[in-house]
Design a protein around this ligand. Structure first.
Ligand SMILES: *Cc1c(COP(=O)(O)O)cnc(C)c1O
Length: 338
């Protein structure tokens, strides 16, 4: 059941992301083949190439968040996350570029600043970070609200960006990945039967599912859940379906088939092991691609296992969501012995 035309979806996404302006984020990434298992029908979408500093899927989310914040005249944004969060490091760039003050509320401080946490220090002085200890983390929302009320009383226009930017304002940008996959399909002449994507908060994967639903796409989606539980993903999906209905002004439509997976190894978020580092090296040597230990290497590993175990046939697309800067934190890791 098609409830909206592709051109209409494009028009709305382009409008929210101000794609017709000079300062718009570039939301087009290419696809190319992987030569896995002697096949020529497995492809990767290089969202990692959208930006060096901002991880790919975060660039898409911020592409609709930033214009909305500017339109509302927001002066300060509270960003919540872990000390190594790709979203926080990305927001430090996209907000500062637009002269919006960033106030991070972060879980920590870490015993040692490496990787993203260290890169974040380039943008933000430690004294500007509100560190929240693990024992206080459950109270984070209350602490943020208290701070926000104080700032509002001082006349500051302030906005709170939740962990991983799972927010309605991120929806149009998140939907841009679907619009761009449709362009990739037209240009390559390949129609994808399976799409394999990773999920943190799940915002981008959920938007893909909701977008496929309104377009009546029959693709089968495979989502590797890297943070949180399957139930968290389902709850997020219901919210994103609702955001989509509101944004596109359409009524509910059936979701495409989708399967949820735990990562093939190192199941808890951010954890790594020898298999992960081995896979990072394999991907580099055989596929010529840099991947990070938190997201993309786990996606690739799980995708290979799934394609083999389930003997998935037809055209397959993996989404490389970026995040490569996190690798900088692991260069001296004892298991990263290449
Ligand atoms: C944040 C992030 C994800 C997950 O995106 P969600 O929309 O939160 O699921 C995947 N890969 C990379 C590199 C990320 O930075």
């Amino acid at each position: 059941m098609i409830v909206i035309q592709e051109s209409e979806l494009y028009r709305k996404v382009a409008g929210a992301c101000r794609l017709d302006t000079a300062e718009a984020f570039r939301l087009q990434s290419r696809i190319h083949r992987l030569r896995w298992f002697g096949r020529s029908d497995i492809w990767v979408k290089r969202d990692d190439e959208l930006s060096f500093g901002v991880s790919g899927t975060k660039l898409r989310k911020h592409a609709s968040i930033i214009p909305a914040l500017k339109q509302q005249g927001i002066e300060e944004v509270v960003v919540i996350g872990g000390a190594n969060s790709n979203n926080v490091l990305s927001a430090a760039q996209t907000l500062k570029e637009n002269n919006i003050k960033i106030t991070p509320f972060l879980l920590g401080p870490p015993s040692q600043k490496l990787g993203n946490a260290k890169l974040l220090s380039l943008f933000i002085d430690d004294s500007e970070i509100h560190w929240i200890s693990r024992s206080q983390w459950a109270n984070c929302e209350r602490l943020v609200n208290h701070y926000v009320e104080k700032r509002k009383a001082g006349g500051i226009k302030i906005f709170v960006l939740p962990e991983g930017a799972h927010h309605p304002l991120a929806l149009p940008g998140s939907l841009s990945i679907l619009v761009d996959i449709l362009r990739n399909e037209r240009e390559s002449g390949v129609r994808f039967d399976h799409i394999i994507i990773d999920a943190g908060t799940g915002m981008v994967a959920q938007s893909l599912l909701a977008g496929a639903a309104v377009l009546g796409r029959k693709t089968i989606f495979h989502v590797v859940i890297l943070a949180g539980s399957f139930e968290d993903f389902q709850a997020g999906l219901s919210r994103v379906v609702q955001y989509t209905e509101e944004f596109l002004d359409v009524s509910p439509c059936p979701l495409p088939d989708y399967h949820l997976y735990n990562p093939a190894t190192a199941k808890s978020f951010g954890s790594t092991n020898k298999t992960i580092f081995g896979e990072i090296q394999r991907i580099a040597r055989e596929d010529g691609i840099l991947t990070d230990p938190v997201y993309s290497s786990k996606l690739f590993l799980t995708a290979r296992q799934t394609i083999r175990n389930k003997t998935l046939d037809g055209n397959i697309l993996l989404i490389h969501s970026g995040g490569g800067l996190a690798l900088t934190g692991f260069m001296d890791h004892p298991m990263f012995s290449v």
